[in-house]
Design a protein around this ligand. Structure first.
Ligand code: ATP
Ligand code: MG
Length: 132
């Protein structure tokens, strides 16, 4: 069993897709172990997106994630990290495979509905950041 972090981003929360997105994970055999709705802040995002802080899109990404409430979830299951990434689809919603969360509910490369940890080390690091 593996644990991973999923964030439902403000675009999907505003569009009322929270329930549908959670159902997709559950229907794929994953369990929601912990969940909270909250506003992010710059300090949390700086830690969470540490690999992206010096990229050109970072300021715009932060503005987007701070634009509304998010849902932070700890998801558990066999191969949870990769399974969630597969269910989410590729970063750019326009290129995401049919039926993936980003294909169904994302808009573009930034407003892409969800976050999923990239690997098991990142999952542990991110779960720690968001559980404080
Ligand atoms: P996530 O980490 O959210 O699961 P990802 O691993 O597919 O997504 P990353 O490369 O880690 O993608 O980028 C983190 C987030 O930054 C993306 O989900 C997206 O919201 C935003 N992003 C990535 N690339 C761009 C870009 N070129 N322009 C604008 N926003 C971007
Ligand atoms: Mg990532």
């Amino acid at each position: 069993m593996e644990r991973t972090l999923v964030i439902i981003k403000p675009d999907a929360v505003k569009a009322k897709h929270v329930g549908d997105i959670i159902s997709i994970y559950e229907n794929n055999g994953l369990s929601i172990e912990n969940m909270k709705m909250m506003y992010a802040n710059e300090e949390l995002l700086k830690k969470h997106y540490e690999e992206h802080t010096d990229k050109s899109f970072y300021p715009s990404l932060v503005k987007f994630i701070l634009s509304g409430k998010i849902v932070v979830m700890e998801i558990m299951g066999e191969d949870a990290v990769d399974k969630v990434r597969e269910i989410n689809g590729v970063t750019d919603s326009m290129k995401a495979e049919k039926g993936t969360v980003r294909n169904l509910y994302g808009t573009d490369i930034q407003q892409n509905a969800v976050h999923g940890s990239a690997n098991s080390d990142d999952a542990k690091r991110e779960l720690d950041i968001w559980s404080r």
